[in-house]
Structure formats: structure tokens, C-alpha cells
Design a binder for this molecule. Sequence first.
Ligand code: ATP
Ligand code: MG
Length: 251
Amino acid sequence: MIDNLIEVKGVTKSFGSYLAVDNLSMVVRRGEIVVLLGQTGAGKSTVLNLIMGTTSPNSGSVRVAGFDPHDSFKALKGRLSVSFQTDRLLPWRTAVENAELGLLILGVSKPDARRRAKEWLARVRLDGADDKYVHELSGGMRQRVSLARALAIDPEIVFLDESFSQLDHVTSGTLRRDFYQIARELGKTCVLITHRIDDALEMADRAIVLSQPAKIALEVHIDDAARADPARIAELHAQIAAAMGGEESGS
Ligand SMILES: Nc1ncnc2c1ncn2[C@@H]1O[C@H](COP(=O)(O)OP(=O)(O)OP(=O)(O)O)[C@@H](O)[C@H]1O
Ligand SMILES: [Mg+2]
């Protein structure tokens, strides 16, 4: 088994003459939760696209479970899952019909997909909402459906791109805690992208702050001992805020 599930080495990515990623190197170990922080435009989503293989670098290399994710897109099918800021649910499908989508695409039989989707909706605390259409769900509930859909395929790696950012403070807080618990329990390897420092402080084993163009401005380790120590958390918060450009970027 490869321990370094994600390896980014000396990656540069430009869009025309615009340099979006500048000689970036980072590793994510199996079972680790890494939070990528940075101001808008820092290149966080671009880094995610490079790791997911939806785009390729101009130079340097990306490896996911040993594969080049761009060239071996199919080899990684079903092993990666992603959930975005907007839930990207299909409005003409119910909650359970959205949650089972990934499974159906991977060829799981309809009854099995339905059963697993229902289990996952219950797991993200949406039991009872199976048959509701997207417009009948709150923003937080939609994000939960999106998470259920991402997790139902049992991926090795879970990516979240600003998944909690559009939600109010309380809703995003409970969702964060639920996600964290599930990710830990299942030992998922996670790369979470956010501009909210609290997301990192609550969930990350490691927080990486990217400055524009994407390169590492700060890297800090966070553990339960730090989380239990308000003074340490305040210190980390200040350090991350400073690396992000001084401004308080949301909460
Ligand atoms: N496909 C593309 N074509 C051209 N430019 C792009 C493309 N994708 C991203 N960019 C540019 O690269 C820079 C980084 O964008 P990216 O979306 O990665 O930032 P981000 O850190 O995710 O920002 P946000 O917090 O707003 O989501 C931006 O200036 C953006 O305009
Ligand atoms: Mg982005």
C-alpha cells in the first residue's frame, strides 16, 4: 500500500500568461485530513483540479495512489469523491435519487444503490428526507445530500471545495463536526479547501496556507491537544490569518 496517497512535486500551472501555481510540492498521507487555505484567487481549486486530474500541470508531477490522475483518469474512477460549495444536486431527483447517483454511475445495481444511499442519508442525519426534492431542502440539508453522494461510493480520498462556506455559522459548524467524525471513523484521506480558518482549526491534521500564485506560505500541524488548548488555537488562528494576508477571512 502506498502511504503517500497524494504527491505533488514541483508543479507549475499557467493559464495563458497567468501563473496560477508556482513550483508547488506537497504530500498527503493515507488517513490524513489536510486543509488548504488561501484567499480567493490563491489557486486552491486549481490545485484540487490538478490532484483530481481534471487538469494537468505545465511542469512537475502529480501522483494519486501512484497514478498520474490526468493520464490515468479511469484508473482512479470511484476512488476519489468530491463535494463542492454549491451542492450540484439535480433538481428533478429526490434526495435519495441524488445520493445514489455516484453508485449507479459506477454500475452498482439499483436496489443496492438505493439501500446504500438511504444508509448514507441516515448517516448524515437526513433520515426522513429521502423522498424530498432539492427545492424542499435547506442549504445545509442539500450539502448533506451532496456529502452522502460523495461518501456512498466509499472513496479512498474525499475532496471538499468550500463545502461549508455558504452556510451560516451554526449550520456549517454542525456539518463540519459530523463530517469530521465520519472521516475519522472511516479513516478517509481528505483534502478540504476553504478560506475559513475555523474549518482548518476544527478539522485539520495539517493546514497549508497557499499564497498567490499557489505556493506554500505556511504549514502547521494541529492535533487534539492543540484543539483542547484555547491559547494554542488562538495562536494558530493568528499565524494562519497572517499567512493569508493579514485580513480576517471569514470565521
Ligand atoms: N480554467 C481557467 N482558465 C483561466 N484562468 C483560470 C482557470 N482556472 C483558474 N484560473 C485563474 O487562476 C487563479 C486561481 O483560481 P482558483 O479558482 O484556483 O482560486 P481559488 O483559490 O480556488 O479561489 P476561490 O477562493 O475564489 O475559490 C484565478 O486568478 C483564476 O482566475
Ligand atoms: Mg476555489
